[in-house]
Design a protein around this ligand. Structure first.
Ligand code: F6P
Length: 547
């Protein structure tokens, strides 16, 4: 640790680790009747329970000291002032302006961007409503029945995740589809499910140069031309981008082009016109509610004391596990089927942001940075990888997400979902001791020899940490809040780690190499001299298989 400004706070936390040698989360509950009361925070109907962690009041104090030593509040002010917080790209990161509903000025590098944000939001939502209510027609004068978003990364994961999360709010006469992969199967399988004559394609790409998106967009265009004729293209395509010239060159008319700005990172762009396909599905009012959810969290993040600030607490607790307990992974388990793509969405948000190994100055980061994020909906995940959570050698902190009330599903099943979610977080921290296991086996009539053989396999060490987010139901506003909480968590962590969370240079090398390899993969005669032995060998085998 060679960061003088935080080293004292860091070493204090390191020393504090030993306080947990003989103390488990279960002990902490036993000793402290006020633990739940003091270790949860409420934001409107959303409750964040962080009591089932290997933390006590001293831990929280020391983590908050760390945040202050890293100048979190000052950095937060820089972020919200729209200054150049992303130095390697020379950009601000002002996605919060996109969800500002009040119209108060929001500066980006010294300029109020709200007039253009509001104008573009108005244009996008008017278009979305026109598609939704049938005012905007297909080339043949019919209503649209399908919307296919073509995009990848932030231009796909956000709208795709949110469309699924908010499916009860999607107009029943509209089907939303998402095509991302350059694997032609993605588009081909989608085209099989749509009626092309009643399909609107939304080409979503911040740069409008991304290989996957432009390849799929051109293929979709060809499909429309083949089936409906060239003249149908303008009626069946819209585009969202920061690159209006490239969009125009693709042949998309001005009134079907929607812009956003380079100060909106791809993984933060769902709040912008990139949300078009979602907005078509759920309508203007719901989309605005979604934005309001994001704004609620911006207000919470900027005005709530650090000790009660949910994204700050989320970030600090995760840092405690990452940097002091050496936990390399973090799981997100929504007990909410429609949040099925939320872990994938968070993978981009978190791993593209904080998957860095140099700090802002370009020096090696002095600590471990972003963990591996993964997850699947509960209860499915219980029957897949929870075994490792309960009895594996790796400690994986878990975020559970749970709605109090189901939407558009059988309410009779919901208590079972709730029970499973609560049971898992309880089982993780409580565990089951050897004595408890032996007593249970004895009660089942097993003899001493059988008990001795079986007992070690049935012991749950416990003391495994988790947080729980409990909200009333998965409405647009709740979804907006959940996303913004994780966004700000990521930012807080980046401040402590002193890294740039808004660039993603790590994706470039693979893109460059793919461009170099594409002709070698297409042309069986192309010269592979100079490639490493594995790549050359794989290409040779591929060519042989294709013969
Ligand atoms: O490859 C990474 C990335 O640049 C992401 O950050 C981005 O969300 C995605 O590609 C898609 O980029 P674009 O929206 O420019 O097509």
């Amino acid at each position: 640790m060679d960061r003088p400004e935080i080293s004292e706070a860091f070493f204090a936390l390191e020393a504090h680790l030993s306080d947990f040698h003989d103390v488990t989360i279960a002990d902490l509950f036993t000793k402290d009747a006020r633990r739940f009361a003091d270790f949860h925070v409420v934001l409107d109907d959303l409750l964040f329970d962080f009591s089932k962690h290997r933390i006590d009041r001293t831990t929280l104090k020391l983590l908050l000291d760390l945040a202050r030593a890293a100048k979190l509040e000052e950095r937060r002010a820089v972020l919200f002032a729209g200054a150049t917080i992303n130095p390697t790209e020379g950009r601000a990161a002002m996605h919060m302006a996109l969800r500002t509903m009040s119209g108060v000025p929001m500066q980006v590098q010294g300029r109020d961007v709200m007039p253009e944000v509001l104008a573009e939001r108005h244009k996008m939502l008017a278009f979305a409503e026109a598609v939704r209510d049938g005012g905007l027609k297909t080339a043949a004068g019919e209503r649209f029945a399908h919307v296919v978003n073509i995009g990848i990364g932030g231009s796909d994961l956000g709208p795709a995740m949110a469309a699924r999360a908010l499916s009860p709010f999607v107009a029943p006469h509209l089907d939303l589809h998402f095509v991302a992969n350059v694997d032609g199967a993605d588009l081909a399988d989608t085209l099989k499910r749509v009626d092309l004559a009643r399909t609107l394609f939304v080409v979503s790409s911040k740069t409008f140069t991304t290989l996957e998106t432009m390849t799929n967009a051109r293929a979709a265009r060809r499909a429309v031309i083949d089936r409906l004729g060239e003249a149908a293209v303008p009626a069946h395509f819209a585009a969202v981008s920061t690159a209006p010239k490239e969009v125009a060159a693709f042949g998309i008319p001005e009134d079907c082009r929607f812009l956003f700005w380079d100060w909106v990172g791809g993984r933060y762009s769902l709040w912008s016109s990139i949300g078009l396909s979602l907005a078509i599905g759920i309508g203007k009012q719901n989309f605005e509610d979604f934005l309001r959810g994001g704004e609620d969290v911006d207000n919470h993040f900027t005005t709530t004391p650090l000790a009660e600030n949910i994204p700050v607490l989320m970030a600090l607790i995760e840092i405690w596990y990452r940097d002091f307990w050496d936990c390399a992974a973090q799981a997100v388990i929504p007990y909410d089927q429609r949040l099925g793509r939320f872990p994938a969405y968070l993978q981009q948000l978190e791993m593209e942001s904080n998957g860095k190994s140099v700090d802002l100055s370009g020096a090696a980061a002095g600590t471990s940075t972003g963990p591996v994020i993964f997850g699947e909906p509960g209860t499915n995940a219980q029957h897949a990888f929870f075994q490792l959570f309960h009895q594996g050698t790796e400690i994986v902190p878990v975020d559970f997400l749970l709605a109090a009330e189901p939407l558009a599903s059988d309410p009779a099943q919901h208590p079972l979902l709730v029970a499973n979610c609560l049971a898992q977080s309880e089982a993780l921290f409580r565990g089951r001791t050897r004595a408890e296991v032996e007593a249970k086996l004895r009660a089942q009539g097993l003899d001493d020899e059988a008990i001795a053989a079986l007992a070690p396999h049935k012991v749950f060490e416990g003391n495994r940490p988790s947080s729980t987010f409990l909200y009333k139901s998965l409405t647009p506003r709740t979804l907006g809040r959940l996303i913004a909480l994780y966004e700000h968590k990521v930012f807080v962590q980046s401040v402590i780690w002193n890294i740039d969370p808004f660039d993603q240079w790590g994706v470039e090398l693979g893109k460059e190499l793919a461009l170099r390899l594409a002709p070698l993969s297409a042309d069986p005669a192309a010269d592979t001299t100079g490639l490493d032995a594995s790549t050359a060998g794989l290409l040779a085998h591929l060519r042989a298989l294709r013969k």
